[in-house]
Each structure stands twice: as C-alpha cells, then as structure tokens.
Write a protein that binds this ligand. Sequence first.
Ligand code: 4NP
Length: 154
Amino acid sequence: MSKILFVCLGNICRSPLAEGIMLHLNNKHNLKLEIDSAGTSNYHIGDSPDDRTISNALKNGINLSFLKARQFTLNDFDYFDHIFVMDKNNLNHVLSLTKNEIHKNKVSLFLNSVYPNKNLEVPDPYYGIEKDFETVFQLVYKACEDFIRIKKLV
Ligand code: 4NP
C-alpha cells in the first residue's frame, strides 16, 4: 500500500481537496492507497476545510466536511511514501525541513507527478472568487485521475 500526503499552506483549500478527491477515487477503484493532508502553517489547525472549498467540492460530488486541518510534522517524512506539495513556496518550506536524501526524495510538486518537469503549481484559491475554486477543483480532479492512470493503479 502506498501512503500519500498532500501538503499546502493552510490545509483548508487545496490539500484537503486533493485528499478528498483521492479518497473518492481510492474507494471507487478499490486502490488501497493511504491518503492524508497537512498544512505547512499552523493557521487553521483543527479547522474544517474552507466553506467555499467544501461547497464547490460537494457540487462536484465530493464530501470534504469530515476533514480537519493539521500541521505538517517531521514524522510525516518517515511515515509517508510520497509527499505531494501544491506550490513552490510550500515545496521549499517542506524541503527545508528534510534532514536526509531519503526524506528529500519523497517530496515533490504534486503536478510534477503527472506532468513531469513542468513545475506547475496548484494555485491558491483562498483570496479568489467562486470560479477560482471550480478551476482548482477541475485541475486537482484531473491530476488525481491522471496520477492513478499513469501509476497504473487502474
Ligand atoms: P490552502 O489555502 O493553502 O490551499 O489551504 C490557504 C488557506 C489559508 C490561508 C492561505 C492559503 N491563510 O493565509 O490563512
């Protein structure tokens, strides 16, 4: 079983969305992945995902309301096989916490796992409007679908 951690800044918009979508695909295809998400910041520890993220995901058939934000910890480097980060700022933050090559090799931009070497980011919708949440949903959903196909999980 592969253990995947999605990471963003607040753990209330992008990474819980990726977690919820991957959980959905995990159930749908019986993939046996272990999936979690975390934020690099402590801003929203214990909070549910952002209301706009929850409502947009629900409109698209994904329930995120049971998720609670937590902060990334050093133990995550040992526990998870893949640490997929949403943008370059948070990638640099997570990389700055690594203490060895094994940990470093687990960390990458999420979109590089499906669109290699492009260094594409999942944009932060937090200061955006409704359509930005839909754009992020479609981007992350497609990337999650591409991920399980490219990795030959389905
Ligand atoms: P996320 O979005 O990193 O996708 O969860 C954000 C959520 C909260 C904040 C920034 C980004 N914030 O500054 O509180």
